[in-house]
Ligand binder design. Structure first.
Ligand SMILES: Nc1ncnc2c1ncn2[C@@H]1O[C@H](COP(=O)(O)OP(=O)(O)OP(=O)(O)O)[C@@H](O)[C@H]1O
Length: 855
């Protein structure tokens, strides 16, 4: 008869046995084992779960090997809760970890990738593993890594501890495990799993809740340090130099490399090196950093005696392992038999013999996306009206930028359909709340635009009770804001997160109902990862891709005619092994981007092409022109710099709202601007100083708008509105957001604030028309550069230098600044005259508070 301990150990309960021997009274134990023995009933009997009273005799216990096990003298009855190996933790984990998993993390069973990777990691093998999104890859390396540390450390000092391991542990100070992840958010998430499983309290280096300097860890605790960019390095350095050093470091490659190169991170004690999202990390972009880090690891380790070194174990995990990875991964992994290649598919676990086999199996392994995802492709309808983004400056700027001309129309169409998608797919039946949606888009500017439009839409059309909050996440957002947005999304305070691919990999937000992509993604792997943000850990969810219905034609054709290039969606279906349900999206009735704006036509006669050429560079005019030309070139297709100017030489541009089609004003070179009524004043105020003397501005009825029109108080812009402007209040006049003029103008930036009617500065000074930006001309700034879309920053700085008397004559002549107009009394700080002319000795004190001393 073999002993209980051996049997338990064989069945996978090694670590659970030790406390058993110390029991002096009946106790309920949860032992992860399949085979138990009852007294007097030999041989052993397989138990299928449930609880079992077992009596052990002192004789049977006493036979157990190992001096550390206490011998029990009397007969004891021990109640052991038994569960079969297939249902609960079929791997030998310590009692402590088992308790954390089941009680704190609510994990009752292990997922296949976790079971399969456990033993190889424990044995110190290298692993490259692929498993679908949301199948628990993080735990599949965290669990065995911590267990391995525990097991090794439990042997510390005992005869069983391997010699080289003992020396390895004694000698140095740095982390024993290094995990690299591509994004800061993912690094934080992985680090948290280490902290949870190790039950080590605080995550070091997590500053999201204020400063968190390293505390003295409990003896034997496996502490984890988060080393991410975008936050202060100093506390990370302090944590690294602390004794004992953090056991695990999880970070992004840039910061890890930085700390290593500056000598703060000693990697000579490193035992395990993990690349989460391995394919992404080894792709161009990150691979250089990774190689540099590994070179450092080798350097550090080589300082130590050969015999003392524990072999470095490398673990690579991802949901996608493209074929190119075979060559790259071969440089990182040791050859067989020190390496295991795992592919966890729907059909089961494939132990590939080599990397080639793994990449071959990619195409044969069924759908590559997680099982619970429903895929929808929604055709985005064409714009029914001509929405002009009236209320938000960001859209203005975008639509007349180069990108805007390329993709502006598509973005407007897409944005108009998002509320439909959210309502339909992110609000599950019976669920009163808005659910969670992640919207992926290609560029940061799209993120900002979508967020702005959604915030506007939900503020306007929300029911006031279930307010839907949308926030953006991309690389230009400050780290603490990114962290709080992520936290808000996890907690359900943010309902829609609009993100670039920074959120595409690894992020685990369990209750995400909908993943929406504004364009079919560039490659299938991106699609797999983006879609994988929903339907995690066996849940269900929807992944929706917006596409252009023009592609429908080629959809149908390409199905029958192989010579037709498959569209993006067909390619995705083929390569990802899934099928899209086709739908037509609905855009919101009143365009989300604008609502319907009312227009006032404004006829400008006597325009020459040169003036018009200048006008069209200003977003405000360009937009008006665009609106005026829907029939000919389409609302966003206008290239203002060329097409419009070319055509204005011969034809009259007519507003679509005016039923004249060029005939009513046959001989006159004129432009009819359809100006949104609420910005009419700003428009005219900005327009008039730019026109040549021969030009006139008229309403469509032929009433000439006098030159000082805006000063007399236009009908559409009443005095109380002007007062609002002065008082920084917004009542939705179109040129500001809800945040109020002052703040908005600050956000807008200088150039934009200017063309909204005035100088950047105190908004009360700048009511359009009362004081314009063009006053600078009076101060001697060359007229041709004096435009509000005007001079480049460097030129502006030059001008300031000149105006404040700091520029020498040679340079000022070179730039054509008129020296006789040099104004030494002009304050570069306030843009107005200083109180009294500066003395020579005071001039140099600008910027050092000299002007204050004079006051
Ligand atoms: N054994 C388990 N039982 C229940 N839930 C689990 C188990 N293992 C992991 N999970 C949960 O599954 C979710 C997904 O896990 P994880 O983030 O590790 O997936 P992943 O495979 O790394 O996904 P991705 O490829 O997107 O990075 C997490 O919320 C995690 O808590």
């Amino acid at each position: 008869m073999i002993g209980i301990a051996q049997r338990l150990a064989r069945a996978g309960a090694r670590s659970s046995v030790a406390p058993l021997w110390n029991l002096r009274s009946p106790a309920l134990l949860t032992v992860r084992t399949a085979t138990m023995m009852r007294r007097g009933r030999e041989p052993a009997e397989d138990v299928e779960g449930g609880e079992l009273d077992i009596e052990f005799t002192s004789a049977s216990l006493g036979r157990q090997r190992g001096g550390r096990l206490q011998k029990i003298d009397e007969l004891e009855t021990i109640h052991i809760g038994v569960q079969t190996s297939s249902s609960l933790y079929p791997v030998p984990i310590s009692e402590k970890t088992a308790t954390v998993l089941s009680e704190k993390m609510g994990i009752k069973t292990l997922f296949p990738v976790q079971v399969e990777s456990f033993e190889p990691v424990m044995e110190g093998k290298d692993i490259i593993a692929r498993a679908k999104t949301g199948t628990g890859k993080t735990l599949s390396f965290v669990l065995p890594i911590l267990e391995k540390l525990r097991r090794h450390d439990s042997l510390l000092g005992s005869a069983e501890e391997p010699q080289h391991h003992r020396r390895h542990n004694q000698q140095t100070h740095g982390p024993r495990v290094l995990v690299l992840a591509p994004t800061r958010e993912l690094a934080r998430q992985v680090a948290r799993v280490f902290v949870d499983v190790a039950d080590s309290g605080k995550l070091l280096g997590d500053y999201s809740k204020g400063r968190n300097y390293p505390h003295k860890p409990a003896p034997g605790a496996y502490t984890t340090l988060l080393v991410q960019g975008g936050t202060s390095m100093e506390p990370q350095i302090r944590a690294l130099t602390f004794t004992p050093a953090p056991t695990v470091v999880v970070g992004t490659p840039g910061r890890v490399l930085d700390l290593t190169e500056k000598g703060f991170m000693d990697l000579s004690r490193l035992e395990t090196f993990v690349l989460d999202e391995a394919d992404y990390m080894l792709d161009i972009g990150f691979s250089q950093d990774i190689e540099a880090i590994l070179t450092r690891v080798k350097e550090h380790r080589s300082r130590r005696s050969e015999r003392s070194i524990v072999p470095l174990q490398t673990l690579l995990f991802s949901a996608t392992l493209p074929s190119w990875i075979q060559e790259v991964a071969a440089n990182f992994l040791r050859p067989s038999p020190d390496r295991t290649i795992l592919d966890i598919t729907e059909g089961g676990v494939v132990h590939a013999a080599n990397l080639e086999e793994l990449s071959r199996s990619t195409s044969q392994s069924g759908p590559r996306t997680a099982r619970g995802i429903s895929h929808v492709a929604a055709a985005v309808p064409k714009l029914k009206n001509v929405p002009t983004v009236g209320q938000e400056m960001m859209w203005d700027r975008f639509l007349f930028s180069r990108e805007g001309r390329e993709s502006g129309e598509w973005m407007k169409r897409v944005v108009g359909c998002i509320p439909w998608a959210v309502e339909r797919y992110a609000m599950p039946a019976g669920n009163t709340g808005p659910g969670r949606t992640i919207i992926f888009t290609e560029r940061k500017i799209y993120v900002d635009l979508i967020v702005e439009a959604l915030q506007y839409h939900y503020a306007k059309h929300g029911d006031g009770k279930n307010e839907i909050v949308a926030k953006g996440l991309h690389g230009d957002i400050r780290q603490n804001t990114r962290d709080s947005i992520m936290q808000g999304f996890r907690q359900g305070k943010v309902h829609i997160m609009v993100a670039t691919d920074v959120a595409a990999r690894g992020l685990d937000i369990p209750a995400t109902n909908l993943v929406l992509q504004t364009h079919p993604p560039r490659d299938t792997d991106s699609f797999v990862h983006r879609s994988g943000r929903t339907a995690r850990a066996g849940a269900t969810g929807t992944s929706l891709v917006f596409y252009d219905p023009d592609h429908i034609k080629s959809f149908a054709k390409s199905a029958t005619d192989p010579s037709v290039e498959p569209t993006d969606l067909l390619r995705l279906e083929k390569e990802a092994g899934m099928h899209f349900e086709r739908r037509v999206a609905h855009d919101v009735p009143a365009s989300i981007v604008t609502g319907r704006v009312s227009y006032t036509p404004c006829v400008v006669k006597g325009l020459d092409a040169q003036t018009l050429g200048r006008l069209v560079h200003m977003p405000m005019f360009a937009r008006a022109l665009e609106t005026a030309l829907p029939g000919s070139t389409g609302p966003t297709q206008v290239n203002p710099a060329t097409e419009v100017v070319e055509s204005v030489r011969d034809v009259v541009i007519v507003s679509p709202n005016v039923d004249t089609e060029g005939e009513a004003l046959p001989e006159i070179k004129a432009a009819v601007f359809d100006v949104p009524t609420n910005t009419f004043d700003v428009f005219v105020a900005a327009l008039q100083p730019l026109l040549p003397g021969s030009a006139s501005v008229e309403t469509i009825d032929g009433n000439v708008i006098p030159e000082n029109w805006q000063l007399q108080g236009p009908k559409s812009f009443k005095s109380d509105q002007r007062q609002d402007w002065r008082n920084n209040r917004n009542r939705g006049y179109g040129y500001t957001s809800q945040q109020g003029f002052g703040q908005r103008r600050f956000e807008m930036g200088m150039g934009h604030a200017r063309h909204q009617g005035g100088r950047f500065g105190n908004p009360r000074d700048n009511f359009p028309g009362e004081r314009s930006d063009f006053g600078r001309e009076r101060r001697g700034f060359p007229a041709e550069r004096n435009r509000s879309w005007g001079p480049e920053k460097s030129e502006r700085n030059d001008w300031r230098e000149f105006a404040s008397g700091r520029m020498d004559r040679g340079r000022s002549e070179e730039r054509g600044y008129r020296d006789e107009r040099r104004r030494t009394d002009w304050s570069p700080r306030t843009g107005g005259p200083a109180r009294e002319p500066l003395r020579q000795d005071q001039r140099h004190s600008w910027g050092k508070g000299g002007h204050k001393q004079r006051e």
